[in-house]
Design a protein around this ligand. Structure first.
Ligand code: ATP
Ligand code: MG
Length: 580
């Protein structure tokens, strides 16, 4: 056994110093003391090894034994992950917010059996990533068992269809046993054959995102927003509605009761895609603030590893991390404990590269087995005091493809989702526009441009109106301000609690924008013809504004009907104004 003679010489909080740990390597997992508390090697100096414990070191004393596991922190990837709630090391939690007994590092207690069906026969030649068979559990997500990334060769043996335990060997390929559950070091990206540069949008069903700041599958997005601006609600909407096969939700450093709420809420959700429980295609990794800091630090890598595992089967996965700021705080706390030289605001110098390493694991790829899959990463950022120049937010904005900034004033005015149209961006917008053209919507980019410029114009004019008074503004400018209001209330706001509004298809979103633009154009013509702007402003725009809630999630025709009744109303107004 490796390192049985190693023992603890010093314990200082979660940092544990050992001597005589032969062949210690950075990031290897070490089991400390009788309870086998897990920890990770973070420094090696001569024969002294420093280990960062993932759990409370209470009771651990000098002289205690330590054993190296001889491998870095790894996730156990296998059937049964879906629907579960785990800690940062992927150990199952019974209830979110509870912490396992210290040292409960063993995974083998999963009593479940899995129905495995082979898809190959002995003698076939396979490469890494090729499918050996599938686990049939009736759930909405097909779980395949693949030749491990380093494997491949002739299939020596494969088990017949039947019921197997989580760690049962189901095949032997080129002399190597392949179990149902395989282990992977979480800090290392799982390999794929190639990155695809073809872009297809991730439909989130959230209009402000899909219409203005879209994110492609396999891309990445950040949601910076001050305290209480609606980050968690927005991420939950994405978890619920986006067109992904699997959702991995990493709750990072949230308060325990909040995390329990998140899990309870996810548990209660029906899956709009399958009609089953949403949790059947969700993996939740919970790291509440009462859990040890280092488990939090590793949790986002664990999350992205789980996401890659499903990607490798050919699924589209969305990884949600809420909040990456809590994760970065773990880095900072760790740096201060180990006496590392702090850089910006106490964060370690490696903050930027750690963030880059995380977001770089997003991707739309051809898997080793030849199918396509994707991991899209969406992370909330909670800048203290809403200061977007602080290091975590500033670095994150460099590494992600889209930024959806939540605005305090919008949230305060109950404009939800409070995504700011100024201050948000998407580096995927042009490519997504090209995709929409191929998909038959040639107007997508034009519509987006119109909406963004109208909103900016309306904002500018509103500021001006505050100075000079609305009455002093020319008619055309008042119509532009009206356009801003109709876009905000009739298109961008979205009611998460409404059955018809919570999700919006691309077609309905486009119809809503087109309806507003048509009405605004008619309003402009009326004002040009001499109708007082105040009359046009005071008109009841209800038919237009209620369209998003009064039509079904994909009902573009219904939206057009609302538009027509609004245009009728305007025609009536024109007639009555023309009458003497
Ligand atoms: N889309 C929405 N529809 C209705 N209410 C919302 C919406 N988004 C946010 N809210 C309201 O704002 C509150 C705070 O939202 P949320 O918890 O998502 O904010 P947060 O940014 O995650 O906060 P924290 O900084 O504490 O993590 C919610 O409890 C809810 O009342
Ligand atoms: Mg939150």
């Amino acid at each position: 056994m490796v390192g049985v003679s190693a023992h603890v010489v010093r314990v200082s909080g979660s940092l544990v110093e050992l001597v005589d740990l032969p062949e210690a390597a950075m990031f290897d997992v070490v089991a400390l003391g009788e309870r086998e508390l897990p920890g990770e090697v973070v420094a090696i100096e001569g024969d002294r090894v420093t280990v960062q414990a993932y759990e409370d070191t209470g009771g651990l004393a000098p002289g205690a034994a330590a054993v190296s596991r001889g491998e870095p922190v790894s996730a156990r990837l296998g059937p049964g992950l879906l629907g579960g709630v785990y800690d940062g090391l992927l150990r199952p939690l019974r209830d979110a917010g509870t912490w396992l007994a210290p040292g409960a590092t063993r995974y083998q207690d999963d009593p479940r059996q899995w129905q495995f069906e082979p898809s190959v026969t002995a003698g076939e030649q396979l490469s890494a990533g090729d499918r050996l068979g599938s686990v049939v559990d009736g759930g909405p997500v097909k779980v395949h068992v693949l030749v491990p990334p380093a494997g491949g060769g002739r299939v020596d043996r494969v088990v017949p269809a039947g019921s197997y335990a989580s760690d049962a060997v189901v095949a032997t390929v080129a002399g190597v046993d392949v179990p149902l559950t395989q282990s992977w070091p979480v800090r290392r990206a799982r390999p794929s054959r190639e990155r695809l540069d073809t872009v297809e949008p991730l439909q989130t069903g959230q209009r402000v995102l899909d219409l203005l700041y879209p994110v492609a599958r396999g891309s990445s997005a950040a949601v910076p927003g001050g305290f209480g601006t609606g980050k968690t609600v927005l991420l939950q909407q994405i978890a619920k509605w986006s067109d992904a096969d699997v959702i991995v939700y990493v709750g990072c450093g949230e308060r325990g009761n909040e995390m329990a709420d998140v899990v309870a809420e996810l548990d209660a959700l029906d899956d709009p895609r399958t009609g089953e429980r949403l949790t059947r295609r969700t993996v939740v990794i919970a790291n509440t603030s009462n859990m040890p800091m280092m488990a939090r630090e590793v949790s986002i890598y664990t999350g992205v590893t789980v996401a890659e595992y499903f990607r490798d089967m050919g699924h589209h996965v969305v990884l949600i991390a809420d909040s990456t700021s809590r994760w970065a705080e773990a880095l900072r706390e760790f740096a201060s404990r180990t006496g590392a030289l702090p850089a910006e605001e106490g964060y370690p110098a490696g903050l930027a590269s750690a963030l880059a390493a995380f977001y770089e694991r997003a991707g739309h790829v051809v898997t080793l087995g030849g199918s396509t899959g994707s991991v899209t990463i969406i992370g909330a950022v909670s800048p203290p005091g809403g200061d977007l120049t602080e290091p975590v937010t500033a670095h994150t904005q460099r590494f992600v493809r889209a930024v959806w900034t939540l605005d305090r004033d919008l949230a305060y005015a109950r404009h939800y989702p409070a995504v700011a149209w100024s201050g948000s961006f998407s580096r995927d917008a042009v490519a997504v526009g090209a995709w929409h053209v191929r998909a038959g919507d040639t107007q997508w980019a034009h519509r987006r441009g119109r909406v963004i410029s109208l909103l900016a114009e309306a904002d500018r004019l509103t500021t001006l109106a505050e100075l000079v008074g609305v009455e002093a503004m020319p008619g055309a400018e008042r119509v532009a301000m009206l356009a801003g209001r109709l876009l905000r209330e009739g298109v961008l706001q979205q009611n998460a609690a409404s059955r018809s509004d919570a999700f919006c298809s691309a077609a309905k979103g486009a119809a809503l924008v087109d309806a507003v633009l048509a009405v605004v154009e008619r309003c402009g013509a009326l004002v040009d013809a001499g109708v007082p702007p105040a009359t046009v402003e005071a008109l009841d725009h209800g038919p237009l504004l209620r369209a998003r809630e009064e039509t079904g999630p994909d009902d573009a025709d219904g939206v057009a009907e609302h538009m027509r009744s609004m245009l009728d109303r305007l025609a009536e107004l024109a007639r009555s104004e023309a009458a003497p």
